[in-house]
Design a binder for this molecule. Structure first.
Ligand code: 5AD
Ligand code: SF4
Length: 429
């Protein structure tokens, strides 16, 4: 979501005549886009801000802005705390970046833009911006109404608003015309997408998926993040019906114990979650499932934690993003007791991650000898190989005798590693 917002800012600024630079020291404008979903990204954002402030001290004409969820929450207090800041802008306001900059430049004022009622910004087309990129994001909704007890999102991204379907389809068509072949539709809670137009016109998420899936030359369609409580039968059947829809779903479960799930206000039980996984696998046996989980939610007992481990072993996720719970200001969970000690959270996280590592590794090893289709995104980090992803979202690094970048090619997997697969491309058969 933040990458999408950053692209939106960049496109708007480039349209206004700005040019990107390689080093922050060369810039006349630096905007730091931030995330406050957990304590760690917030700390990272503030430490980056510190480094940018050092640059500003040497270059007083530089305009320095903090954007995104940390900015939304800190508001004008951030300007008091960091007088070097010229701009504080929440995620809902990114579409107004040029107005804000004009105010700073023309009136010499500092600007705090944190209105949460703004309609979600729609990016301005910027020709050539996506050249060389084969994967892209489209945000189809903003905000969230769920108020899970640990989560800051509803406070910093505001209430849930869906974008008009026609503008989403136009955005997808534009990306495809620029060469993007793999699009991920984004929303905090993507499957509760609902748009009501004039004359009783109603679009739900499966309808939108079907329509975007019809775009020619769009090879792969994905969406994230889904909420288990809104995963309808209709949406599950899309995995069987929409050709472009990839066999991959990111479905955060957060905790495996019903008592923790209840206090998290997630709106489902572990049994319901497991049922959903079975239905998904029935419709698409090859579906890859990834998830988010946290340990150390207030009051999480050893038994609760065991239930989380049990769920992980039952589902066998393809990938799992795991976090230590951290208090977020203003949320219900912040006030819940007893807190789990930091040391205990670390122990639980390490145990969980070691179990998941062996599951991921086994899954990747099972692919050894198999042939997979890879959308080639570029050269690998080490530079000697090409890199891309399978439709199940696994990274594949591989050798190839010709330049396959931008193509959808067949690769034979030789090694299944923990974070990626290694293989060799099979010449067109
Ligand atoms: N503490 C730790 N992890 C959190 N997440 C959201 N809020 C918190 C919090 N307060 C995790 C959830 C979510 C992911 C984006 O971040 O697992 O799915
Ligand atoms: Fe946060 Fe829950 Fe909304 Fe996800 S569904 S953004 S965890 S409140």
């Amino acid at each position: 979501m933040n990458e999408y917002d950053s692209d939106l800012l960049a496109q708007s600024l480039i349209n206004d005549g700005f040019l990107p630079v390689k080093e922050p020291g060369d810039a006349d404008l630096i905007l730091i886009n931030t995330c406050s979903v957990r304590a760690k990204p917030e700390q990272k954002a503030l430490s980056l801000l510190g480094r940018m402030i050092d640059i500003k001290k040497r270059k007083p004409g530089l305009i320095l802005g903090l954007v995104g969820c940390v900015a939304q929450q800190g508001g004008s207090g951030l300007i008091e705390r960091f007088p070097e800041l010229d701009l504080v802008m929440g995620p809902r306001e990114v579409g107004r970046v040029r107005d804000c900059l004009a105010e700073i430049e023309e009136r010499g004022k500092k600007v705090v833009a944190i209105n949460l009622d703004e309609s979600p910004p729609i990016p301005e087309p910027c020709r050539g911006y996506f050249t060389g990129r084969f994967t892209g994001y489209i945000s189809i909704m903003e905000g969230c109404d769920n108020f899970c007890s640990y989560c800051i999102v509803p406070f910093v991204r505001g209430r849930e608003v869906s974008k008009p379907p026609r503008s989403i389809i136009a955005e997808a068509e534009l990306l495809v015309s620029e060469g993007v072949r793999d699009i991920t539709l984004l929303g905090q809670n993507v499957n509760s997408y609902m748009w009501k137009g004039e004359g009783g016109e109603v679009w739900d998420f499966p309808m939108l998926l079907r329509e975007v899936g019809r775009i020619k030359e769009l090879w792969r369609l994905r969406f994230t993040t889904s909420h288990p409580k809104d995963l309808s039968k209709d949406l599950i059947s899309c995995f069987d019906q929409i050709e472009a829809l990839c066999p991959h779903i990111h479905l955060p479960f957060q905790a495996g114990s019903n008592s923790v799930l209840r206090r998290m206000r997630r709106g489902y039980t572990r049994e319901r979650y497991l049922e959903l996984i079975s239905s998904l696998r029935e419709v698409r046996p090859d579906i890859a499932i990834s998830s988010d989980v946290m340990v150390g939610f207030p009051g999480e007992t050893e038994y609760d934690f065991e239930m989380t481990l049990d769920l992980i072993k039952k589902v066998e996720f393809d990938a799992l993003f795991s976090f230590k719970y951290s208090d977020r200001r203003g949320t219900l969970a912040e006030k819940m007791q007893p807190k789990v000690e930091e040391k205990e959270k670390s122990r639980r996280l390490a145990t969980l991650q070691s179990i998941q590592r062996s599951i991921t590794l086994q899954k990747n090893r099972n692919l050894e000898g198999k042939k997979v289709m890879v959308l080639v995104e570029g050269v690998s980090r080490r530079g000697s190989q090409y890199t891309g992803r399978t439709d199940t979202n696994k990274i594949v690094n591989f050798t190839c005798k010709y330049n396959p970048i931008g193509g959808l090619i067949k690769v034979k997997i030789k090694d299944g590693l923990l974070n990626s697969l290694r293989g060799e491309c099979l010449m067109a058969e």
